[in-house]
Design a protein around this ligand. Structure first.
Ligand code: ZN
Ligand code: ZN
Length: 179
């Protein structure tokens, strides 16, 4: 089964785009192969889509192609060998072996596809491994220019810089740097 679908048809992906920082450039091309495996269905999937992400350090736009392959196992009912006296125990065991339960006669692949895309997206995208980011004080792009406050920057953790960046972008640069 191969088809393509616009990202905005997936509620989670639509929300991602509305949040900003992630833009899908075309429809997702999706390939799914369902292989019956005893009482289970093994699903081999492949998702490909062009996406524009925002560098988590300098906010530059990064064009990238997401190609994601995955294998999942679905079960309509709890398999016989997982039946136990304690329901909680059954759920735990099923989770451990990576089973996804579905109700009714059809597997809803919409949830699966959007979940897999989110998993495949980089958590902190970078335009370049060595991206210097924006100056947390004056906001210049340190990849392109240097500023006078560079020397005052402490060699603190990169996370501190990211936190300041986040604040800066939320307040749209109106926040005065603290001494
Ligand atoms: Zn960057
Ligand atoms: Zn600066």
């Amino acid at each position: 089964m191969a088809y393509s679908k616009e990202a905005k048809q997936f509620p989670v992906l639509k929300a991602l785009m509305e949040e900003g920082g992630c833009r899908f450039l075309g429809p997702l091309s999706i390939e799914l192969t369902v292989v019956p495996e005893r009482e289970l269905f093994k699903v081999n999937g492949f998702i490909e889509v062009d996406v524009h992400l925002e560098c988590s350090r300098c906010l530059a736009e990064i064009g990238s192609r997401l190609s994601h392959r995955f294998t999942l196992r679905f079960s309509k009912e709890i398999p016989q060998d997982l039946h136990g006296s304690d329901t909680q125990e059954v759920e735990l065991t099923a989770d451990q072996i990576g089973l996804i339960f579905f109700k009714g006669d059809e597997i809803d692949f919409k949830d699966t596809v959007q979940e897999q895309v989110v998993l495949a997206l980089p958590y902190k995208p970078l335009c370049h491994e060595a991206c210097k980011g924006l100056c947390p004080r004056c906001g210049v792009d340190l990849n392109k220019e240097t500023c006078t406050c560079t020397s005052e920057r402490s060699g603190g953790s990169p996370f501190a810089v990211l936190q300041k960046l986040d604040l800066r972008s939320r307040k749209q640069g109106t926040r005065k740097p603290k001494k």
